[in-house]
Write a new protein. Structure first.
Length: 366
């Protein structure tokens, strides 16, 4: 058993606190990982706000890179000393998605079997089965993907959630390829990654839409060819104008609100694809759209979970592109912070447009 410090959300809506936690030695199928870096994601905040479920206390953090310290007796995929990115899609190999050869949809992903606890023995619920705002964490070995150990942990660790979600929304779910036109609504961490992914895939026109000028500037650095400030411009008309009056082949809604989804629906060209990757809240409803428009415009309305990624396939490849200078993951690291700064990082996510610092990712460095 290992006694370490971790960031815990004890009760709904209450500020997080640093607690002493107990991490078991790895059992069958498990790996103990010494965490080096962990990005602060909106999902951590949703856990703290009780927006995911009520299984408090939560051990937060799930966008991490680290070094494998120990593994269970039967584990062969990683060994102590490996540099790994943690993922929340450790595929089972046996469910109906895996069996039909689509493991990126795996419906039965697994996590560590043993529980990490508070010092008093209270079982912790690790965020997305990871819990990496901690010096060490216990995960299923399949949640560890070995990558180039010379890569910067703070940057490549972001592939563990938000950046992968955005890159994958464009490349995997949206099918963005050479010559296509793309519009991305919302240029936070996920949307900016969708822009980088679209550029990487060879899209001809990449339109960034946001209400904040600074975010649009950042999007241009990641490959946006045009920007639309939707605070003062109708994004649907602007996207149509920038695509010869047609609309974009692929529109990615990285906000996840009825208004933005509707904008995306109408900003598509005929037979275009709309990808929802921003996460809506349970109270939101599909906007009122004539069904004949859904039929008449054709195309596809898709959702993207974790960018439809397969960590074993995608992480090493994306780290390689990063190391070659073809994918700027450093641009997503807005600041490096300590374990004690997670609550302040949540505050920065909440700031109103035009106010305060524009942060793509605060990354805890241990
Ligand atoms: Zn499966
Ligand atoms: Zn996340």
């Amino acid at each position: 058993m290992h006694q370490v410090q971790g960031v815990v959300a004890r009760a709904k809506g209450e500020p997080v606190s640093i607690e002493t936690i107990h991490v078991p030695d790895p059992g069958l199928g498990e790996a103990l990982v010494k965490v080096q870096t962990c990005g602060v994601c909106h999902t951590d905040l949703h856990y703290r706000e009780g927006g995911i479920n009520d299984d408090f206390p939560f051990l937060l953090g799930h966008e991490a890179a680290g070094i494998v310290e120990a593994v269970g007796d039967d584990v062969t995929s990683v060994t102590p000393g490996d540099f790994v990115i943690l993922n929340w899609r450790a595929v089972c190999g046996n469910c109906r998605a895996c069996n039909r050869g689509e493991p990126w949809y795996c419906f039965a992903t697994h996590n560590a079997t043993q529980r990490m606890t508070l010092a008093d023995g209270t079982a912790l619920s690790p965020a997305l089965g990871i819990g990496a705002f901690a010096e060490k964490t216990l995960v299923a070995a399949g949640q560890c993907t070995k990558v180039d150990p010379t890569a910067r942990a703070a940057a490549v660790g972001l592939l563990g959630c938000g950046v992968m979600a955005g890159l994958g929304a464009a490349i995997n779910t949206g099918g963005v390829s050479r010559g296509k036109s793309v519009a991305v609504i919302g240029c936070g961490g996920v949307g900016s990654a969708a822009i980088a992914g679209s550029a990487l895939a060879g899209a001809d026109t990449v339109i960034a839409v946001d209400v904040e000028a600074r975010r649009l500037e950042g999007a241009q650095k990641l490959g946006a060819t045009h920007t639309v400030n939707s605070a003062d411009t109708d994004p649907v008309a602007a996207i149509q104008e920038l695509t010869g009056g047609n609309g974009a082949d692929v529109v990615i809604d990285a906000v996840g609100r009825p208004e933005t989804w509707k904008q995306g629906f109408y900003a598509r060209d005929l037979a275009g694809t709309l990808v929802l990757v921003g996460v809506p809240t349970p109270d939101m409803r599909i906007p009122d759209i004539p069904l004949i428009d859904v039929f008449g415009r054709g195309g596809a309305l898709k959702s993207s979970w974790y960018g439809d990624c397969l960590p074993t396939r995608d992480f090493p490849m994306l780290v390689s592109l990063y190391q070659q200078g073809r994918l700027d993951l450093d641009a997503f690291v807005s600041e490096e912070i300590g374990l004690g700064d997670v609550e302040a990082a949540f505050e920065k996510m909440h700031h109103a447009p035009g106010e305060g610092q524009s942060v793509l990712r605060s990354v805890v460095v241990l």
